[in-house]
Design a protein around this ligand. Structure first.
Ligand SMILES: Cc1cc2nc3c(=O)[nH]c(=O)nc-3n(C[C@H](O)[C@H](O)[C@H](O)COP(=O)(O)OP(=O)(O)OC[C@H]3O[C@@H](n4cnc5c(N)ncnc54)[C@H](O)[C@@H]3O)c2cc1C
Length: 286
């Protein structure tokens, strides 16, 4: 199908974005990589009237360390840039690992971290990584900046805490010395959205220290499995089995094109075991 008739304007800086948005009205959408927005237009799932291209806005670009040692990743950072950035590889390697699971190179070359968070697909990798690492989303609007914990930012199925006149400026990842994070997912084909996935952060030192298992593709948003985390934190030989059983209380997966709740829960149990074993292997390899 073809998209509905659209206006197109290009913003050159942040004041321009706010001015163009105010002129275009509440339905207008900002255009970043276009890898989710353009398909929804083609399927006529949305009719924004005007697209505001933000890809020339330098204030939304760049990956750099900021005053408190956090890594600030600009909203327009593409998936491909995340995957090859040296600072990301050292400071937040799981971000780069996640990129390898997203779609295909053509999509990774255009899709952005800001777009992925704003779109809030519950099966997407980057929002789950942000929740597992307790990242902070920097929202910016005409009134200034707002800092929102990733967990609070993702409020439901394709919905976020962004106000209508705000956009995502950046995401910040605090330094977490010694902490290790792994991502695993199960997809029907390489490059497909995950049927289910997990990001597990833990440590320093041991997978039982402050574990944060976050599942994606099994709910309306990334889900921090707090009951399973409490079981893992106890440690010992029975911890993993207890954590797998506890997932029944953490997850209430809806049916989707891949299967029903029982199938999704089984995927989650398998993924939890894989993630815990990966962290153990990584610790033992040191
Ligand atoms: C075939 C295919 C397969 C894919 N597979 C995967 C996958 O496996 N995993 C995955 O995670 N993703 C997947 N994607 C989606 C891809 O990652 C997108 O790039 C991403 O979801 C959106 O980023 P974007 O920059 O393209 O955003 P756009 O498509 O430009 O925008 C998406 C939405 O976010 C809004 N938006 C964009 N930037 C901002 C901002 N800075 N502030 C506020 N709102 C903003 C837009 O207005 C729009 O509503 C796939 C896409 C395709 C087409």
């Amino acid at each position: 199908m073809k998209s509905p008739p659209l206006g197109y304007v290009r913003a050159m800086d942040m004041p321009d974005v706010f001015r163009l948005r105010a002129n275009a009205g509440p339905d207008a959408r900002v255009l970043a990589g276009g890898q989710s927005l353009l398909p929804t237009l083609a399927f006529r799932l949305s009719d924004p009237g005007t697209l505001i291209d933000i890809t020339r806005v330098d204030a939304l670009r760049g990956i750099r360390l900021v005053a408190d040692g956090a890594l600030r990743v600009g909203a327009l950072t593409t998936h491909a840039e995340l995957g090859r950035d040296a600072l990301v590889r050292v400071r937040v390697p799981v971000l780069a690992d996640a990129v390898g699971l997203i779609a295909h190179p053509a999509i990774r070359n255009r899709g952005t971290i800001g777009g992925s968070l704003a779109y809030a697909d519950p099966a997407a990798e980057l929002p789950a990584v942000c929740v597992a690492l307790d990242a902070v989303v920097i929202a910016v609007g005409p009134a200034g900046e707002r800092r929102i914990a990733a967990r609070d930012f993702l409020t439901g199925l394709f919905t976020t805490a962004l106000a209508g006149d705000e956009l995502i400026a950046a995401v910040e990842f605090r330094p977490m010395p010694g902490r290790r994070t792994v991502i695993h997912e199960l997809a029907r084909r390489s490059g497909d959205y995950a049927m289910a996935g997990i990001v597990l952060a833990a440590g320093p030192g041991t997978p039982t220290h402050d574990p944060r298992p976050v599942f994606f593709g099994v709910g309306d948003r990334p889900i921090l499995a707090t009951r399973a985390a409490a079981c893992l934190a106890v440690g010992g030989a029975a911890a993993l089995a207890a954590a797998q059983a506890a997932l029944d209380g953490d997850l209430d997966p809806p049916s989707d094109q891949h299967g029903g709740p029982a199938f999704k829960r089984q995927l989650a149990r398998v993924l939890l075991a894989r993630a815990v074993n990966s962290l153990i292997d990584a610790r033992d390899a040191r």
